[in-house]
Design a binder for this molecule. Structure first.
Ligand SMILES: NC(=O)C1=CN([C@@H]2O[C@H](COP(=O)(O)OP(=O)(O)OC[C@H]3O[C@@H](n4cnc5c(N)ncnc54)[C@H](OP(=O)(O)O)[C@@H]3O)[C@@H](O)[C@H]2O)C=CC1
Ligand SMILES: O=C([O-])CC(=O)C(=O)O
Length: 443
């Protein structure tokens, strides 16, 4: 499509993208005026002005080659073909589409994102009638890789993918985001204390919380994946006081999926027969996969798998340490299955939960019915009516084993919270983490 066609009035069905263009185009005064008007919508008072782009309505006939941003550090740039402006009113197929949804993804050049972004763009997450905008956050270190990712998205020709922007400033990338999938985080290196990891990654999530607070949709839903994800989510929400704390999630869906798989394997059933699985607590080796309330074919697991010792020991430990075993085999942490579990986590919030079932998510404790400490991010059983919100499930039972395990993971999260007090605005940090505290991938 020629860009001359593209300068239709902006309507709910037309989309504008910006990119740097050759100087002969941007020097045209009418062009400069046009883009001055448009690009103002991307700007934020904390940032220097955007360096983007210019196209004159009647002067551009052929596609324009992208030019590298000269100041990538402070701008969100639309990418390549996604900078083209056109009018969707002309397109019959799109008449029944919903209005655009804007999804921001951090760590967008990383392994998990490399699987996730293509699922988002394909429609399998939000639906085949949901056009999508992807705002991808990287860093100076990953900028080229981010461009590579955007190129692959271009070449995939996804009909639903209407805009892609890349950048390294969260204030640009999170602008108006309705979903923020926070994946980027520093992996724990050899010899690094967990307290050190909490501090380094905590700084990232404190900054990103502030950025979400400043520029994201007031109803943004945030899923924190980067580890240690529960405490990172806590830091993030504490730095975003204008966004409801209930909108923040730490990803424990991968753990739930792992638990379902192990129960199915033991019972000799297909894994879709396993339901009502809760992961309680931290995404770490203290997490508690709950076999007491879980069901297989609608029957309590304990009646199907009568080997209590297996459930308490082997099953529990297998789920807790699955990530580490996989790293030993694969040489890196779960990426594809993590991306699948992020998809599951989103779909659980945007589609009604099946009758009687529930899903696990790390959510902010604020009046929970289980007696778990308040003011931490703790994985619990949730149910949604599909509007993006959730309620905690009340009809769960506890026994001594489950209570004792829950207390252990709760103590770990309270200790993590003390370690990051300087990042949550709660005074001086004091770090006395239990020695066996580990991410699933660390053993
Ligand atoms: N909750 C869960 O169930 C799971 C969580 N995880 C966690 O997800 C996160 C991402 O995993 P994955 O995509 O495989 O990792 P990758 O290493 O492939 O990508 C991580 C990205 O994080 C970014 N990053 C941000 N800050 C730093 C930093 N200081 N040093 C290095 N990289 C940084 C990097 O991007 P850039 O340079 O653009 O910032 C990098 O591309 C990890 O924290 C991992 O532990 C993994 C599996 C399961
Ligand atoms: O420890 C890691 O980075 C990987 C991880 O969270 C997991 O596999 O569950």
């Amino acid at each position: 499509m020629s860009l001359a066609m593209a300068m239709a009035e902006v309507s709910p069905y037309s989309y504008t993208r910006f990119q740097n263009l050759p100087s002969n185009l941007s020097s045209n005064p009418s062009t400069a005026h046009f883009f001055q008007k448009r690009r103002s919508s991307f700007q934020h008072p904390h940032r220097p002005p955007s360096i983007c782009c210019s196209v004159a309505p009647s002067q551009v006939e052929s596609p324009v080659a992208p030019v590298l941003p000269t100041d990538a550090a402070s701008n969100r740039e639309c990418y390549g073909v996604f900078c083209t402006t056109y009018d969707l009113k002309a397109d019959d197929k799109t008449r029944s589409w919903k209005s655009l949804i804007r999804v921001a993804v951090s760590g967008a050049a990383g392994m998990i994102s490399n699987h996730l972004l293509f699922k988002l763009a394909s429609g399998e997450v939000f639906g085949s009638d949901q056009p999508i905008v992807l705002n991808l956050l990287g860093s100076e270190r990953s900028y080229q890789a981010l461009e590579g990712v955007a190129m692959e998205l271009e070449d995939s020709l996804y009909p639903l993918l209407r805009e892609v922007s890349i950048g390294i400033n969260p204030y640009d990338i999170f602008q108006d985001a309705e979903w923020a999938l926070l994946i980027g985080a520093k992996p724990r290196g050899p010899g690094m204390e967990r307290a050190g990891l909490l501090d380094i990654n905590g700084q990232i999530f404190a900054e990103q919380g502030k950025a979400l607070n400043a520029v994201a949709s007031r109803d943004v839903k945030v899923i924190v994946v980067g580890n240690p994800c529960n405490t990172n989510a806590l830091i993030c929400l504490k730095n975003a006081p204008n966004i409801p704390a209930k909108n923040f999630h730490a990803l424990t869906r991968l753990d739930e999926n792992r638990a379902k798989c192990q129960l199915a394997l033991k019972a000799g059933v297909f894994y879709d027969k396993v339901s009502n699985v809760t992961i309680w607590g931290n995404h770490s080796t203290t997490q508690v996969p709950d076999f007491l309330n879980a069901k297989i074919n609608g029957i309590p697991v304990k009646e199907v798998i009568t080997d209590r010792k297996w459930l308490e020991q082997e099953f529990t430990e297998r789920v807790q340490k699955r990530g580490g075993v996989l790293i030993k085999k694969w040489g890196r942490s779960s990426a594809a299955s993590t991306a699948v579990s992020i998809v599951d986590a989103i779909r659980s919030l945007v589609t009604p939960t099946a009758n009687g079932d529930w899903f696990s998510s790390g959510v902010y404790t604020n009046g929970n019915p289980y007696g778990i400490a308040e003011d931490i991010v703790f994985s619990m059983p949730c149910r949604s009516n599909g509007d993006g919100d959730y309620e905690l499930v009340k009809e769960v039972v506890f026994d001594d084993f489950l209570r004792e395990r829950i207390e252990k993971t709760e103590a770990e999260l309270i200790a993590e919270k003390r370690c990051v007090a300087h990042l949550t605005g709660e005074g001086n940090a004091y770090c006395d983490l239990p020695e066996d505290t580990m991410l699933p991938g660390e053993q």
